[in-house]
Each structure stands twice: as C-alpha cells, then as structure tokens.
Design a protein around this ligand. Structure first.
Ligand code: AMP
Length: 304
C-alpha cells in the first residue's frame, strides 16, 4: 500500500566544511520520498512555484515517486532555505528561509490517493500537515516531523496536530524546544503526553532514541567516514523508517526499532553527498548490504 508524504520542496544553498552547493534541490518531502522509495511505492503531495527547476519531476521519476500530487503553482515562488554547517557537523545554522509557497494554501490531494493508509507529514507548516491528515480518516498510521520555526511560531496548530498523529520524529534540540526537557528520556515522555504514542528523537551522529509506552530504545548512527552534507539526513531517516513500516504493516515497539535501523542506514548514505546525489546512485542491494554491516556492529557476544 503506497506511503503518502507532504512536506517542503526546497531550493537549498548549503555551506559545509566540505564545500558549497548553491540552489540544489532539497526539501523535507523530496528527501523523504527518495529514501522511502527503496521500500515501496510513494505518493507526493506538495506545491512549488513557477521557478522550480524542471529536473524536479525527473528526479522524482528516477525514484519512481508518484507526482500526481505535485502542484506547480502559477504566480508563486518555491520555498528556499540556506544553511551553514560548522566543523562539528551536528551544529547547523539557518542562514535564510523564504517560505514562499509554504505560506500559501497546501497542494490539493488527488482523488486517486484516497486509499493511502500510511501517512508521513514531513516538515512544513503544521496547518498544511493537518489538512493532509484530515483526508485520511481510515489511515493505519500517521507520523509527523517538525522544526524549530514551527515550534516557536505556530505552536497552537502544532499542538492540534500532535493530538492527532500516532508518532512524532524530530531532532534533540527541537524536542527540547517543544517540551522544555533537556533529558531526552523525559522529552520523549513529554511528547507522548501531547498525543503521539511514540516519539523518535534524532541525535545526529549520536543516533536516535525511541520513546514508546513499551519502553525506550536507542540506536547508534552508522559510522560514516565521508560526511559531506548532513542536510536531509532526518528526512531520509524518516523515509527509511516509514518505508519499512508501510512494507511490513506492523507498528509495534520491536518493529519500530527495526524500522529505525533501516532509517539510520538510508540516512548514512544521504550525508555522503550534497543534495540527493548519493541516494541517486544507490540501489536496494546497497542498503541491504549496509544494514547487514550495521547489524553486525550492534551484535554483542557476551560469551557464556
Ligand atoms: P533536515 O536536514 O532533515 O532537517 O532537512 C533539511 C531540509 O528541510 C532542507 O532540504 C530544507 O529545504 C528543508 N527545510 C528547512 N527548513 C524547513 C522548514 N522550516 N520547513 C520545511 N522544510 C524545511
């Protein structure tokens, strides 16, 4: 059953110690859709402006993503984001954000998408996330992501969304901004108090933490030697995670842990290049191979 995603489609400019990439394709929904496509069919609902490059459709076609829900809006401009990484690649500064089309009405949902059961609300305005969610009362699972700007400036609509989703995926500084809790075990629990049954807190090179009523789990990041650009790692992580959940159609604690492992591995490829260059070179066997390597790294032989 296809996985449906809404979120941003961005024209990004990224400065990192490894170099600079100017006006490259990005956006939460783009990274998510590309990553999830390795696990099954993906449907995209998002809007761009007249200035979006023609290669957007080609890129999504490369990943086999259904773009019937992609709207090129006349008279609008595409979301733009620019960010800078420092020597510690866990530190990112947003240099500029132009919401443009993200501040307008969301893209309409095609009728043909109505049977979608797995919903991912990638980073975008929580009002638009809610509008997509409302199209799918019979969903199996809905998971959202969010970001500092929405936590600070759209808190009421974010709270309304959190009351309706099954899971929330976000990074540690966002979890702290949302809950006021510095300790991620407390933050995860506080997020569950806002509505979701589980929270996945991403911690960059320090891995990810799952907070769930059945317990807390942690997974390390896959150790990558060639970190070029961490942009989109969180979205690629969510794409791998949701792709696995949609493929197996189970959502319990143990399945979520395995799904996070897939997300970790897909994200580790994403950070090896700017934009989606590395994901474009991959096939599923590359991901399977790295997952096996990762499993080996997690194994502890305690003897007898
Ligand atoms: P990540 O590194 O996983 O946080 O994702 C970065 C991607 O999210 C970039 O490609 C940006 O275009 C996009 N992005 C940055 N800020 C926002 C925002 N406020 N809302 C939606 N998407 C955003």
């Amino acid at each position: 059953m296809p996985l449906i995603v809404t979120g941003s489609i961005g024209i990004d400019t990224v400065e990192a110690p490894s170099g600079i990439a100017v006006d490259v394709l990005g956006g939460s929904a783009v990274y998510f859709a590309a990553a999830a496509s390795f696990f099954g069919p993906v449907r995209l609902v998002a809007a761009v402006g007249e200035d979006a490059p023609a290669r957007l459709e080609q890129l999504m076609a490369h990943f086999g993503v259904d773009t019937a829900g992609l709207e090129r809006r006349a008279g609008s401009r595409t979301f733009r984001w620019s960010g800078k990484y420092f020597d510690d690649m866990n530190q990112r500064e947003t240099v500029a954000v132009d919401l443009n089309v993200l501040a307008e009405a969301p893209a309409p949902v095609p009728d043909a998408y109505q049977n979608s059961r797995h919903i991912f609300l990638a980073n975008t305005d929580p009002g638009s996330q809610m509008q997509l969610l409302e199209h799918f009362p019979d969903r199996a699972i809905a998971v959202a992501d969010t970001m500092d700007i929405w936590i600070k400036e759209h808190r009421a609509s974010l709270d309304a969304l959190l009351a309706r989703v099954d899971g929330l995926v976000l990074n540690d500084s966002e979890a702290e901004a949302l809950t006021g809790q510095r300790n991620m075990v407390h933050a995860g629990k506080a997020i569950r108090g806002l509505g979701p049954q589980f929270a996945v807190i991403k911690r960059g090179e320090h891995g990810a933490l799952l907070s769930h009523e059945d317990g807390v789990a942690v997974l390390p990041a896959f150790p990558t030697a060639d970190v070029v650009d961490p942009t989109g790692a969180g979205d690629a992580f969510a794409g791998g995670m949701m792709g696995h959940l949609a493929a197996v159609k189970r959502y319990d604690f143990d399945t979520l842990r395995v799904a996070m492992a897939w997300g970790t591995v897909v994200a580790s490829f994403n950070i090896e290049s700017f934009s989606l260059e590395c994901l474009q070179r991959l096939d599923r066997s590359d991901i399977d191979r790295r997952l096996n390597q990762y499993r080996g790294m997690l194994q502890l032989d305690m003897g007898t």
